[in-house]
Design a protein around this ligand. Structure first.
Ligand SMILES: *Cc1c(COP(=O)(O)O)cnc(C)c1O
Length: 208
């Protein structure tokens, strides 16, 4: 399936994030020419070195990578959406910097729903324990939850985890769930994803 075929079958309310990490400005501009405006990057330094990142004001940039605290200022300066906030402390820091820079980033909290040593995210219990404070954080628009499933699950297992994410988001009255990648986006949509994040399916295989 290619970009246009995927776009055609996306249900209403499901947004497509084109994950352009590992790809060049020319690749991004080609996908943009097909109508795409939302692009995701997972490394600040790599993203801001791409000419298209600065030359093209019509695109929305989403940060989807691991957040290092010392990169938060650069992230807030350069990205409209942040999908991967994995701690309460980082949320506070993002808020502080956003207020200072007079920005209002749209933020997802990354939640970890299955044991996965390689993956970041708040546990459900941490999210709930901090929720009253999180709700009061100024300077950001908290719009949803993000999750990445462990590798190697079957379709039903993927669906179950995504469904869990959707139920938690609904309970907290958060409209968005950023979930689903090239290998599991169909289950994510069935479970109520509102942002699928597709890299290789759109751009082809990454070298890295
Ligand atoms: C790389 C990446 C994606 C896209 O992965 P593909 O398998 O290429 O679709 C989505 N989300 C995050 C957080 C990523 O790092």
């Amino acid at each position: 399936m290619d970009y246009l075929e995927i776009k055609k079958i996306l249900p209403k309310g499901v947004n497509l994030l084109a994950v352009s990490k590992g790809f060049q400005s020319s690749d991004i501009e080609y996908i943009q020419s097909l109508g795409q405006i939302d692009f995701g990057e997972s490394k600040v330094q790599e993203a801001i070195l791409k000419p298209v990142f600065h030359s093209n004001n019509n695109l929305n940039w989403h940060f989807i990578g691991r957040i290092q605290t010392n990169k938060i200022r650069k992230i807030v300066e350069n990205f409209d959406f942040i999908h991967s906030v994995d701690s309460y402390k980082k949320l506070l820091k993002i808020s502080q910097v956003a207020i200072e820079l007079q920005k209002m980033p749209k933020v997802f909290i990354q939640i970890k729903l299955a044991h996965d040593p390689g993956k970041a995210g708040l546990l459900y219990s941490e999210l709930i324990a901090n929720w009253d404070q999180i709700k009061q954080i100024k300077g950001i628009l908290l719009i949803g939850l993000m999750t990445i499933n462990p590798k190697g699950l079957n379709a039903e297992q993927n669906f179950q985890l995504f469904n869990k994410c959707r139920l938690i988001a609904d309970k907290l009255e958060l409209p968005h769930c950023s979930m689903g990648m090239s290998n599991d986006w169909e289950e994510a949509i069935k479970a109520g994803s509102t942002w699928i994040r597709l890299g290789s399916l759109i751009f082809g295989k990454r070298d890295s």
